[in-house]
Design a protein around this ligand. Structure first.
Ligand code: ZN
Ligand code: ZN
Length: 383
């Protein structure tokens, strides 16, 4: 137990400007931003910034460490004045006399609080009262076309789920959990430790508030079973490779009536043999003959989902030049309306690998004409 006096007094979440439900990533980001802004190198001689920098570092020292953060959350959830009326509201008017607590007093006290069966069950099962389920991460591969157009699909994953035998109650089918007599279903009991009162998790029910007499054989009373499951989901149009989609409440089930965690689906988009993507624009390379490029022409351009469109290229179109076909890119619905990308066409001027007789004659005539032109120029300059 590394809990410190400060844990009761300081709201580290507030210090970092994040919420209790913020992810590790969000906390890290917030910390980096603050630490960067407040760094003593950037604020020489500014003692206020220096103090804040220390606070931010101390906060991240705890919230940035998964184990410490959990302990901190547990300490804060119970609070020195008990979990009854003051939960989440901070320590209020509580004042801590450190002198009284020295000599292992606090450690012993917290040891008693947490020493029961609660903590060593691991994961989200530990602790008191309703507890949100863990977020679950999964990966999903979608085709290029489906990423552009959106798709209803299923995701198969093996993860913690509500037990299929007991529907998550933890009790053997035909039986039901009984209200804990020790705590009357509250999950906590009031405990007088000398001069201040404190609620501690009920040691009979481990904070659940109920007791399962006949445990479900499948989940051994946890109500949670690790099993393969199918999650149906709609992937919106216009998603990108590497993007993560959050499916609310589709992660691990919560404990003691807490909400389920989220399912974070990281998308992998398989490349298309012909089309590429640049944000909301689609890209495609189209072969154009030397003659068409030189003389100008109307060329057929394929689109991803639909019939080809006609693109007019001007005389003298250069290899590698890019042309825009309006609104034929990714169509995405956003809060501010529908967004349409474009189709960006790159011209690939093709040199024929073989020439028939007539073509050869024509190209030779072209070459001769080009030579005459340039020699005329040369003559003109020389005279
Ligand atoms: Zn079960
Ligand atoms: Zn109880």
């Amino acid at each position: 137990m590394t809990a410190q006096r400060e844990w009761f007094e300081k709201d580290y979440y507030k210090t970092l400007g994040v919420s209790k439900t913020s992810t590790d990533k969000e906390i890290k980001k917030a910390y980096r931003k603050l630490a960067g802004d407040l760094h003593p190198d950037k604020n020489p001689g500014n003692s206020v910034a220096e103090e804040k920098f220390k606070d931010v570092s101390a906060a991240y020292d705890v919230l940035g460490d998964e184990t410490k953060r959990k302990e901190y959350d547990e300490v804060r959830a119970i609070g020195p004045m008990g979990g009854g009326g003051n939960r989440g509201g901070g320590p209020g008017g509580f004042s801590f006399n450190v002198g009284d607590m020295q000599g292992g007093g606090l450690g012993d006290l917290l040891g008693n609080v947490f020493g029961g069966g609660g903590r060593n069950r691991g994961g989200s099962s530990a602790g008191v009262g309703p507890r949100r389920g863990a977020d679950v991460e999964a990966q999903l591969t979608v085709d290029f076309e489906d990423a552009v157009a959106g798709i209803e699909t299923s995701l198969f994953l093996t993860a913690d789920a509500s037990c299929s035998t007991c529907s998550g109650s933890g009790a053997r089918p035909g039986t039901s959990p009984k209200v804990c007599q020790n705590c009357g279903g509250r999950g906590v009991v009031d405990d007088n430790q000398g001069f201040f009162a404190m609620s501690t998790p009920c040691h009979v029910c481990n904070g659940a508030g109920s007791i399962i007499e006949y445990k479900c054989d499948t989940c051994r009373g946890t109500g949670i079973e690790r099993r393969p499951r199918e999650v149906k989901t709609r992937i919106p149009a216009g998603v990108k490779d590497g993007q993560t989609i959050r499916l609310k409440g589709r992660g691990s089930p919560g404990r003691h009536g807490g909400p389920a965690g989220d399912l974070l689906v990281q998308l992998k988009v398989t490349p298309h043999p012909r089309f590429g993507r640049n944000g909301d624009d689609l890209t495609v390379t189209v072969p154009v003959s030397f003659a068409d490029a030189a003389l100008g022409a109307e060329i057929d351009v394929p689109t991803l989902n639909g019939s080809p469109v006609t693109l007019r290229v001007k005389p003298g179109t250069q290899p590698g030049s890019r042309h825009r076909v309006k609104d034929k890119g990714v169509v995405r619905t956003t809060k501010s309306g529908t967004k349409r990308g474009h189709l960006i066409v790159t011209v690939d001027v093709v040199v024929p690998s073989e020439l028939n007789e007539a073509q050869r004659a024509a190209v030779e005539a072209f070459a001769a004409a080009s030579t005459v032109e340039s020699s005329d120029e040369a003559d003109g300059k020389a005279s």
